[in-house]
Ligand binder design. Structure first.
Ligand SMILES: Nc1ncnc2c1ncn2[C@@H]1O[C@H](COP(=O)(O)OP(=O)(O)OP(=O)(O)O)[C@@H](O)[C@H]1O
Length: 733
């Protein structure tokens, strides 16, 4: 595949090293070599006006970033670097107009004639425009030549083309230098693996009838016909008993990858389905079903799984595509392939998570053309609907428009309300697997909420929140870290240790094994360190939500945003403004924000409370959840921490539970043996908690009860008391 070599974004790898001269000596030998190669590229030589190596204020100058990032593209994946200037669609349009480049407005992209191909004959219509420019990020993609890159890269190419009085620019110029040896080898190995799996997989027509029946029963696709499986090119891979879904290039129909869906029967007779892709999931960009889409098709049903798309196609005759990573994300790189559809129906699954994802994805796709299928008893996911003999065309027809009006009546809300009542567990959010006590009190981790964590200096806030977020990330919550206090390398080291649950210093031979697994987590880091401007941080978060469907952002900590603001303004007013901005972001972007805020100075022997959060009462008012890491509170175990949930807007339960710190694995989640002391707390009218009773509970933490019934002796209802009692709290030092 052609790929622009201009990708930016890895300058951040030097993040945390301070402002140092960026010499190639910082790089290992193989990178050192490829570091110089870009200099040979004529486009770069012409378009770069300052080919020097230096960094400024901890950020690489753009000119340098062009060189640097190309060679480190792989590493750059999980690092969030924000484009030098936030971009608007108006900026993009103005630039194109100023260069006399025709374009028209699509749903998510601007469409323009490709500058990487000779212009077509006079009058070739705009329906043939093959250059797609993402309206949000400016990233471009040429569907004909498969060249892609950033907005700055496209501008560079246009400048060079116009300077040379040419009507197009050859994509070959962009490929003037090879991938690193390591990258090449990796890609070749992957392609060999793809070919090996594909050629040893068997088409359904070559299987015996009994085998076909058995496979269909195993994968719950009894109603899918052999003709449908054949139409989508599905095969069966006997060695792992997997269905094989091919990824064919939309460009030349070549095989680019495979996804294997395997079924295994567990001890208790339950069937567990697992997916694996080659290439690995982060570069697996298959819209399954794309080769079957005709140029004139104007409608599509988007699903979260391959078997769902086949069910839709078979039962409705409508074109249907499956997203490569299901409900977890819709990578913008796929958007150009969805531009041709005037109507997109999202039927991502039958649970609340799919419903939330479909609402979020429809924003990216353009609300006006999207309709959503609301999950419900009679509207499960498509393959289940087919299996149950439901009327799929009617379900698709009954989909509801994604764009809703500003004013609605209860009639329009009643289905949403019913959905929430009927799916209490799912509405409660993602459950922590390492912190069952949190599930019991907070019920789960929900999108769009703001959590504030406070705790004494050095008590372990970062360490705790790192594991708290890692737990969610391991369950598919796309996570973005803004660690301003400790650098990303140190943070990643803590997380990796918690992930491996052991001291890796002593087991370095296992490092690669753990790092490989860790790399597959949907985890991203902002490249900022030290004091930051709130606007830049929010722009980066917005950018990440769009690119990676981030649904959890952690900011460690708020105090690092304060220094950049106008110091002549009251510092509490500044903090309130920042908290308000994060609150708004969480709500508008449907993204959970966890904010660490230092406490104000308290006497050492006093427990912290909600009112101990630094600043005014704004933080606790705006927060949906307030967590306090309490230190040295249990008399029997001095130094032990406990976590107090001091506010829980979702259902009001608050409480406190002990945390067991394991220094080797840096985890707080080690299971406590025997009996635990758990305390009831009561909430007084000043919003402070007070211990009223100590109860000994048998260790129950392994089996968190269903959220709906989770009323235990250590939690008390208190949301009403908590919601407004902080109003009018005064400022403090
Ligand atoms: N419960 C604990 N018991 C002992 N040591 C701990 C505990 N939790 C964390 N630590 C260690 O204490 C140090 C500081 O932890 P951490 O940086 O997480 O604290 P913090 O509250 O975020 O600090 P700060 O107030 O500076 O932001 C780390 O070395 C960490 O491993």
């Amino acid at each position: 595949m052609w790929r622009s070599r201009f990708l930016r974004g890895a300058g951040c790898l030097l993040q945390g090293t301070g402002c140092i001269p960026c010499k190639p000596s910082h790089l290992p030998p193989w990178r050192y070599l490829s570091f110089y190669q870009p200099c040979l590229n004529p486009v770069l030589q012409r378009s770069l006006r300052a080919p020097a190596w230096y960094c400024f204020e901890n950020r690489l100058r753009p000119a340098f970033a062009l060189y640097f990032c190309r060679t480190l593209r792989k590493d750059a994946k999980s690092i969030m670097d924000f484009p030098a200037q936030p971009l608007t669609v108006t900026d993009i349009k103005q630039y194109l107009r100023s260069k006399d480049i025709p374009f028209y407005d699509g749903y998510s992209c601007l469409h323009a004639p490709s500058i990487f191909m000779e212009p077509g004959p006079e009058g070739s219509g705009k329906e043939n425009y093959s250059l797609f420019i993402d309206k949000t990020t400016g990233q471009f993609q040429c569907k004909e030549t498969l060249v892609e890159g950033s907005w700055e890269d496209l501008q560079d190419c246009i400048e060079v083309m116009l300077n040379e009085n040419q009507t197009s620019i050859s994509p070959n110029v962009l490929l003037g230098f090879p991938e690193s040896m390591e990258e090449q080898e990796e890609r070749e190995m992957e392609m060999k693996e793809v070919q090996r799996i594909w050629s040893s997989s068997v088409p359904f027509s070559d299987l015996l009838d009994e085998e076909v029946q058995l496979i269909k029963t195993m994968f719950l696709i009894g109603k899918l016909t052999n003709a449908t499986l054949k139409k989508f090119g599905v095969r069966f891979f006997k060695p792992t008993k997997s269905l094989v879904f091919p990824w064919f290039s939309a460009h030349d129909s070549g095989l680019r990858g495979v996804k294997l869906l395997s079924a295994a029967v567990k001890g208790d007779g339950q069937v567990v389905y697992t997916e694996a892709t080659v290439p690995k999931i982060s570069s697996y960009h298959n819209l399954f079903g794309l080769p079957l889409i005709g140029r004139k098709d104007g409608e599509v049903v988007l699903t979260g799984r391959e078997i769902d798309s086949m069910a839709v196609s078979q039962a409705t005759g409508l074109p249907s595509l499956a997203l490569p990573r299901g409900v977890s994300c819709l990578p913008p790189i796929l958007l150009p392939y969805l531009e041709q559809f005037k109507k997109v129906t999202l039927w991502l699954g039958g649970d609340m998570r799919s419903w939330e994802a479909s609402k979020i994805f429809s924003r990216k796709l353009g609300l006006k053309r999207c309709s959503l299928i609301r999950p419900g008893d009679f509207q499960p996911c498509p393959s289940e609907a087919l299996a149950q003999g439901r009327n799929l065309p009617r379900i698709v027809k009954a989909s509801i428009p994604a764009a809703h009006k500003s004013i609605v009546s209860f009639k329009q809300l009643r289905e949403d309300v019913y959905g929430e009542l009927a799916n209490v567990e799912q509405v409660a959010g993602i459950q922590w697997s390492r912190f069952p006590e949190l599930n019991r009190i907070l019920k789960g981790h929900r999108k769009g909420e703001l959590t504030v964590l406070t705790g004494p200096t050095g008590s372990g806030k970062t360490t705790f929140i790192s594991e708290f977020a890692l737990d969610l990330c391991m369950q598919g919550v796309n996570t973005l870290w803004g660690s301003f206090e400790i650098n990303n390398v140190r943070l990643a080291k803590i997380m990796l240790t918690q992930f491996a649950k052991q001291r890796l210093e002593e087991n370095l031979d296992q490092y690669d094994m753990w790092a490989d697994k860790f790399e597959d987590l949907p985890l991203y880091f902002m490249t900022f360190h030290g004091q930051q401007n709130i606007k830049t941080v929010l722009d980066t978060m917005q950018h990440a939500v769009y690119l990676y469907d981030i649904s959890h952002v952690i900011i460690d900590n708020l105090q690092f945003m304060m220094g950049q603001e106008n110091l002549s303004v009251d510092k509490f007013a500044v903090q309130d403004h920042i908290i308000g901005a994060f609150r708004k972001f969480a709500t508008n972007s449907c993204c959970h924000v966890t904010l660490i805020i230092h406490p104000r100075k308290e006497e050492d022997d006093k427990e912290l409370q909600t009112a101990s959060i630094f600043g005014t009462a704004k933080a606790s008012q705006e927060a949906d959840n307030v967590l306090i890491l309490q230190e040295k509170k249990l008399v029997t175990c001095p130094g032990r921490r406990s976590l107090q949930v001091a506010k829980n807007r979702f259902d009001g339960d608050v409480g406190i539970f002990p945390l067991e710190f394991n220094k080797a694995s840096l985890t707080f989640s080690a299971l406590v043996k025997g009996k635990q002391k758990l305390r009831k707390v009561k909430v007084d009218k000043n919003n402070s908690t007070e211990e009223i009773e100590e109860t000994e509970l048998k260790e129950k933490s392994e089996k968190a009860p269903k959220p709906a019934k989770a009323k235990t002796s250590k939690t008390v209802k208190g949301s009403a008391a908590l919601k407004n009692t902080t109003d009018g709290e005064g400022k403090d030092q």
